[in-house]
Design a protein around this ligand. Structure first.
Ligand code: HEM
Length: 569
């Protein structure tokens, strides 16, 4: 605003309100308004000066589309972020840490994934101590740990457990419980997101630490309710955006205090299980050491042991406790957070990565009956067409080439994790020609990377054959190590050191579930489905399809409806 305009404005004010405004007070008022605007709304809607050389989304449009109109992420991406990628590999978008750099090309993603010292995990959540979320996840755990040495300690212990864990039989047995629910629906629409969430909750309970939530069959049982209540409280947007309510005003909020008690109850259960398992293992190992004269061989199948047992066993082989019970408990909680968290209130974004990947695959196959049929033929070819339910084996799921392509294309098209957790640059740096000052918040935008037309051919077309041998994805992967980082074009689990540790676990779980469903059922969307043309998704948190009802029918007529009778093929 020039001086002339200010003077004119003051003159007008003086005319309207004679004797009220001297030039001085008018000027002061205007300056105060400008400062106030800059410090509040201006700060929100304009990126900080040091980042203004990077293209940014229009804040107002973004706010309206995401918060007011609640448009699906894909719609927002097409309207606001994709156009920015025509001229730049990165752009700015508002996030929890303020204006954040979003990386959406393989070349830039490669730098992000590999240079972990520069793009270090931000201490974003753990700085807000005394919140319910902080209480739930605890101070030290593998996912949120930003101190490299501390993180290595966790990863070293958790890695072998995930490497050994192959609970394929468990995935199948719990799949048969899912069949029970589908059969009971008798052709009526089923909310598959909820069903898959209950499935993955039962999986992580049993595969994580041998605990049966029994969520598939009894969705309202006590532990599932405790768990849902905690999760709903943790994701309550009011407390999420105003964390000081938790830390400073909890004493006024009795209902909130109850949620803190629920977390204590949940932690108490986990701690009890850990301590009991430690004790049993300790006794077992002492006996074995006596009998085997030092050798500690175990006859049980490692693949079907739960992750907690495997973690504690690797502690024993290291010669004692590596992590405290508290740290082990925090890691188990993290497995829940990323592997299976159900939700009760539909308005809350889903949190469950694998369940959403499965739901999106079911949706994609419902929209593309030809692909569904091709995948079914493979499932029947590998698992057989005996007239009873079967349990896929590890060898079986290794042969599911086409279903694997379906899973990978689904995770490109609708990867449940859309950005990963924020990093902050630890020094001034240059990312593919863009200057980033120290302290810049930055994420890899998996959704935009997977939908970037400069990276993928016709990215809005769902086509599993991209992942066929020699296909588009293979060509990119064979460029591994190349400067343009094309191998990073598909990164639903991230890449590099902090890549998802549960990737194989999740992929195997998906292979078992999808092949089992395909072998037994045909499915379609109801006529009035909101997801007919494309999946209507959330735009915040883990990507979820809202109210995804599907009609499943055991009408292939190839198999009888006889329930699994205990025999494993
Ligand atoms: C479709 C399923 C899944 C997807 C898309 C997924 C994706 C991811 C991504 C993108 C990250 C990196 C986050 C970051 O550093 O910002 C991650 C990390 C992690 N994931 Fe997964 N995940 C999935 C399933 C699982 C499962 C089933 C488990 C465990 C049972 C798991 C355990 C973890 C852990 C522990 C980390 C932290 C690793 C570390 O920092 O060292 N994930 N996941």
């Amino acid at each position: 605003m020039t001086m002339d305009k200010i003077n004119l404005f003051i003159e007008n004010l003086n005319k309207r309100f004679p004797q009220r405004f001297s030039s001085k007070t008018g000027l002061l008022a205007i300056i105060s308004l400008v400062v106030l605007y800059r410090q509040t709304i201006g700060k929100l809607i304009h990126p900080p000066r040091q980042l203004r050389h990077i293209p940014h989304v229009n804040y107002i449009k973004f706010f309206i589309m995401s918060m007011v109109q609640k448009k699906p992420l894909g719609v927002i991406s097409k309207a606001l972020t994709m156009p920015l990628l025509d001229t730049s590999a990165v752009y700015l978008k508002p996030e929890r840490l303020g204006w954040t750099v979003h990386v959406a090309t393989p070349e830039a993603a490669k730098q992000f994934f590999l240079k972990t010292d520069i793009y270090a995990k931000a201490d974003a959540f753990t700085t807000q101590k005394d919140t319910l979320f902080y209480k739930l996840i605890g101070q030290k755990n593998i996912l949120f740990e930003h101190d490299k040495n501390e993180w290595k300690k966790h990863r070293k212990l958790v890695n072998p457990a995930f490497h050994k864990s192959k609970p394929v039989k468990l995935f199948g047995v719990l799949g048969h419980k899912v069949f029970k629910i589908v059969d009971e629906a008798n052709g009526k629409p089923i909310d598959v997101t909820s069903l898959m969430e209950r499935y993955t909750l039962d999986v992580i309970g049993q595969a994580g630490f041998g605990f049966d939530f029994d969520a598939i069959i009894h969705k309202d049982n006590d532990w599932v309710t405790v768990y849902n209540d905690i999760l709903n409280a943790v994701s309550d947007p009011v407390f999420f955006f105003l964390p000081f309510l938790d830390s400073h005003f909890r004493w006024l909020l009795r209902d909130r205090q109850k949620k803190y008690k629920l977390v204590d109850t949940f932690h108490g259960m986990l701690t009890g299980v850990i301590e009991k398992k430690r004790q049993i293992l300790q006794e077992k190992y002492s006996k074995k050491m006596q009998h085997n004269n030092g050798a500690s061989h175990d006859d049980e199948d490692d693949g079907e042991k739960d992750l907690l047992t495997l973690m504690l066993e690797s502690e024993f082989s290291e010669g004692g406790s590596v992590l405290t019970t508290e740290e082990v408990k925090n890691n188990l909680t993290v497995f829940f957070l990323v592997a299976s968290l159900t939700k009760k209130k539909k308005k809350i974004a889903g949190h469950d990565t694998t369940a959403n990947a499965l739901s999106f695959a079911i949706h994609a196959l419902a929209r593309h009956p030809d692909i569904q049929q091709k995948a079914r033929e493979e499932a029947i070819q590998v698992l057989g067409d005996e007239p009873h339910d079967v349990l896929p084996t590890y060898e079986d799921i290794r042969q599911l080439d086409y279903i694997n392509q379906v899973i990978k294309e689904t995770m490109r098209f609708h990867g449940p994790v859309t950005t990963g957790m924020p990093r902050q640059t630890t020094e001034d740096t240059n990312l593919v020609g863009v200057h980033l000052p120290k302290g810049t918040p930055i994420v890899v935008d998996i959704y935009d990377l997977h939908h970037n037309p400069h990276v993928w051919d016709d990215p809005e077309t769902y086509d599993p054959s991209r992942f066929a041998p020699g296909g588009e994805a293979d060509q990119k992967a064979s460029a591994t190590g190349s400067k343009d980082g094309s191998a990073m074009a598909w990164s639903p689990f991230f890449n590099g050191q902090r890549m998802c540790i549960g990737m194989q676990f999740s992929l195997e779980e998906q292979r078992v579930m999808l092949s089992s469903l395909l072998r037994k059922y045909e499915w379609r969307l109801p006529e009035d489905s909101i997801h007919k043309n494309e999946a209507v998704t959330t735009n915040i948190g883990v990507l979820t399809a809202k109210n995804l009802d599907i009609i499943l029918r055991d009408d292939t007529k190839k198999l009888s409806r006889k329930r699994y009778d205990g025999c494993i093929r």
